[in-house]
Write a protein that binds this ligand. Structure first.
Ligand code: MG
Length: 206
């Protein structure tokens, strides 16, 4: 997938500072930014801008932690609307990735295939996110849907989410939400993050 943002995209990371981001409690975000790259530090961060349906592009790099295993090996996460975590982890080489491995919708859906690159290489997520739809009584009639490409390979094909994932920054799935990046204590790097808001539907004209 191209990493060039469309003109309608929101450059949620401006490649210079974290002025578009804040901590969960609203305090200023304090991750390290240098050379257009942000590095995890001191807590989760989330965008000030909120999103409903959208296309997301971001790039991440896991650190090299050869002694670490499982969830301790380069853990972070990309929370869509602050509620649904696409796992970020060093899962390189795992033959059959599971619901906790890189690319998983955390604890809900394993990636279809292992599309991971080795640590210290840049990887991409391209996400097509569709918020849940409600009827007039505000009941959800069509759940949150998600398609994800990792490094250009489809790892989720229009999955219907079962609800929010652990660590969600809010339960009201009817509201727009931020993009949230997880601090799990490991030195993940992120760059080139943009979100293109999508219309909820096209016109009804023939
Ligand atoms: Mg995580």
């Amino acid at each position: 997938m191209t990493s060039t943002p469309p003109t309608t995209a929101s450059a949620v990371f401006n490649n210079k500072d974290l002025s578009n981001w804040m901590q969960r409690n609203g305090d200023p975000a304090t991750w390290i930014v240098a050379d257009g790259i942000m590095t995890v530090a001191s807590g989760d961060i989330m965008t000030k801008e909120l999103f409903t349906d959208f296309r997301l592009h971001l790039e991440f790099m896991t650190p090299d932690m050869p002694e670490a295993t499982g969830q301790a090996k380069g853990n972070s996460g990309v929370f869509l609307q602050g509620r649904y975590e696409i796992q970020v982890l060093d899962s390189y080489g795992i033959e059959v990735p599971g619901k906790g491995d890189c690319g998983a919708v955390y604890d809900q859906f394993a990636p279809l295939v292992n599309a991971c690159k080795p640590p210290l290489e840049w990887q991409t997520y391209d996400v097509f996110f569709r918020a849940p739809r409600c009827n007039e009584d505000n009941q959800i009639v069509d759940p949150t849907r998600l398609t994800v490409l990792q490094n250009g390979i489809v790892i989720h094909n229009n999955v219907q989410l079962l609800g929010v994932t652990g660590g969600s920054a809010g339960q009201n799935v009817r509201e727009p939400g931020p993009l949230l990046l997880q601090d799990h204590g490991d030195l993940l790097k992120y760059r080139n993050i943009w979100i293109e808001p999508l219309l909820l539907e096209g016109s009804d004209k023939y």
